[in-house]
Write a protein that binds this ligand. Structure first.
Ligand code: GDP
Ligand code: MG
Length: 602
């Protein structure tokens, strides 16, 4: 099929606005599978965690054939799926780079949301043809006019450009394919130019190894060709080429200009497949497309096995996990209190939670996660530079640091107007600087703030949801860096440091946070037969202190001093309830429950 009869497009929408339902509807309309098989497809569509959280992590791309009724010509429509969460915004931008158009899908019962706005800007910057679509018009409480008004304000589109559909019932969907053909341009691919491929997604298949999704930007890809990666210089031979047909991929000998397909290049690990990489013929290498970078981990934390001998299991599970997810960075680490563990870097907080959950579900591997840290850059007194990825790193070098820099993010918040005041207060309390405050229609507010990444890494998302009773949505993108006045806040128990609980905090918040930490621990820890002194410290200075008073022998008192076996039994009984690993610091055991309370203060 020539490029003129190809359309590469994605669906931009907020979670739950109906992207998967619409994708399935289009597959069905193209005649690829019938309604019965569609259910199967939806079931295959997601990982366990995706179903639970209602987000897409691994994108599903699909190629459809559509016969234009007017001219009888067959078109190839490639629906390119994008990951559905803020942590994966770089990957979203690469998926969008493989498209010439986007369906901008908005749920008529919810209106425009943050993810829609953020992804719209990505699409807009890349000059994509936009087809606005209002979904769920079948529902009684759908506010089609209000939604159209918001879309007109947010995206500067005409009301009558928008399609009104129900992906679920099929109402209005007949207009979709004609609108796609008309409003989305074909790929500007050239058959006679040297071969160039954009690698925009990759995953690890248990049976076939690494598979890459590519768009042929120019030229023709053939089986057996030798390719070179612009990112790494490595060379690969094209082993298989497939069209992503629903249910069953179709093997092909070649892939023409403008096409999208799945190729196997004999890569051994997912780390070789860099999303955003440009591949060309080894005999005629081409320069990289602009915009490529390796995704940088933005949140670091220590992972320690929950049971004392679990390190090997954790390490093995993580190695297997890394085959599938190339965006996690991993190093061995050691903690004085928790023993051996892994220091990992994640794309964001949700990514970290998802990895933790998948380790548990898929590998039966339960872990303690230490307080997350964002990557800091330090300029040292001797003029050298260092990156600081943990509170320990900071403690070690604190005497020699001249200046620290922290990453910033630009947050987009969309909310019913009544919550605006509280959301602004939240952002300002988190050191935010406002860059936009506008209205979408009469009832919704769009706020954009630049904030330190560290300030949204803990409980920010939850606070936004609580303040707005769940109605506000947020998205963020990277936004440079700024000088940071931060210190390592540690905990001592009876004078001994508990390294697992040290975290990096803003200097002006160290005292209240230290106070919170000792008070939380005091509440969660049970009294023992001697006094326990808890201290929050910065270096050698104490910022907060609490004492857990000793038990007044109230357990042993019941023994009347007589029966030795009964006394032993009682002591045994006391030990129960901490079957799971507890941190021991000197003679003091800090139970799991207390650790969790300090590490995840939500
Ligand atoms: P995604 O998160 O954007 O992929 O959203 P889904 O396609 O999973 O849809 C979220 C929910 O909305 C599901 O329960 C769908 O059945 C429902 N849904 C999707 N489209 C429509 C529609 O047009 N009308 C109605 N009533 N429900 C819909
Ligand atoms: Mg979905």
């Amino acid at each position: 099929i020539p490029p003129e009869r190809i359309r590469n497009f994605c669906i931009i929408s907020h979670v739950d606005h109906g992207k998967s339902t619409l994708a399935d509807r289009m597959i069905e309309m193209s005649g690829a599978i019938d309604a019965g098989a569609r259910q199967v497809h939806q079931m295959l569509d997601s990982l366990e965690v995706e179903r639970q959280r209602g987000i897409t992590i691994k994108a599903q791309t699909v190629s459809l054939f559509y016969q234009d009724a007017a001219q009888g010509e067959t078109y190839l429509l490639n629906l390119i799926d994008t990951p559905g969460h803020v942590d994966f915004s770089y990957e979203v931008s690469r998926s969008i780079a493989a498209c010439q158009g986007a369906l901008l899908l908005v749920d008529a019962t919810k209106g425009v949301q943050a993810q829609t706005v953020a992804n719209f800007y990505l699409a807009f910057e890349q000059d994509l043809g936009i087809v606005p679509v209002v979904n769920k018009v079948d529902l009684g409480h759908a506010d089609i006019d209000g939604t159209l008004e918001q879309m007109a304000t947010a995206f500067d589109i005409e009301r009558d450009e928008a399609l009104r559909i129900s992906a679920k019932t099929g109402l209005g969907v007949d207009a979709l394919f004609p609108a796609i053909l008309k409003r989305i341009p074909p790929p500007a691919a050239c058959a006679s130019a040297p071969l160039r491929l954009l690698l925009f997604d990759a995953w690890y298949d248990d049976f076939r190894g690494v598979l890459c999704l590519v768009e042929v930007l120019d030229g023709k890809l053939e089986r057996g060709m030798e390719l070179v990666s612009a990112a790494t210089g490595s060379k690969y031979t094209v082993q298989t080429i497939e069209l992503m047909r629903p249910l069953m991929p179709a093997a092909l000998p070649s892939l023409g200009p403008g096409h999208v397909g799945c190729v196997s290049l004999g890569m051994k690990t997912i780390h070789e497949a860099n999303v955003g990489d440009t591949l060309s013929q080894a005999s005629n290498p081409q320069p990289a497309l602009p915009g490529f970078r390796k995704p940088q981990p933005m949140v670091f934390a220590g992972l320690f096995p929950l049971d004392e001998n679990g390190f090997q299991h954790l390490s093995d599970s993580m190695s297997r996990f890394l085959l599938k997810d190339g965006s996690i960075s991993v190093e061995n680490t050691h903690s004085g209190t928790l023993g051996r563990g892994l220091r990992c870097g994640f794309l964001g907080m949700l990514h970290m939670e998802v990895v933790q959950q998948r380790l548990l579900e898929e590998h039966d591997c339960d872990v303690i996660v230490t307080a997350p840290t964002v990557p800091l850059k330090a300029t040292m007194k001797d003029g050298s530079h260092r990156s600081i990825l943990s509170a320990e790193d900071l403690e070690q070098v604190s005497g020699e640091v001249k200046e620290l820099f922290e990453p910033l993010v630009k947050v987009t918040l969309l909310s019913p107007a009544v919550y605006t005041g509280d959301l602004i207060a939240l952002c300002e309390s988190r050191e935010g600087v406002q860059v936009e405050h506008s209205y979408l229609g009469s009832e919704r507010t769009l706020l954009r703030y630049v904030l330190p990444l560290a300030e949204i890494a803990t409980e920010f998302h939850d606070r936004v949801k609580t303040i707005s009773s769940g109605y506000a949505s947020l998205d963020y993108e990277e936004a440079g860096e700024q000088p940071a006045d931060v210190v390592p806040l540690g905990l001592k128990v009876n004078g001994k440091p508990v390294d697992a609980l040290t975290r990096i905090v803003r200097r002006n918040k160290a005292v209240p946070l230290g106070r919170d930490m000792v008070e939380t621990l005091q509440k969660e820890m049970s009294r023992q037969v001697y006094d326990i002194v808890l201290q929050a410290v910065i270096g050698s200075s104490v910022v907060a202190r609490e004492t857990i008073r000793a038990l007044r022998k109230n357990v042993l008192a019941k023994c009347y001093g007589g029966d030795v076996t009964r006394k032993k039994k009682l002591l045994e009984k006391q030990k129960e309830g901490k079957k799971r690993r507890a941190l021991s610091v000197g003679d003091v055991a800090i139970p799991q429950k207390a650790l969790t309370a300090v590490l995840s203060p939500a």
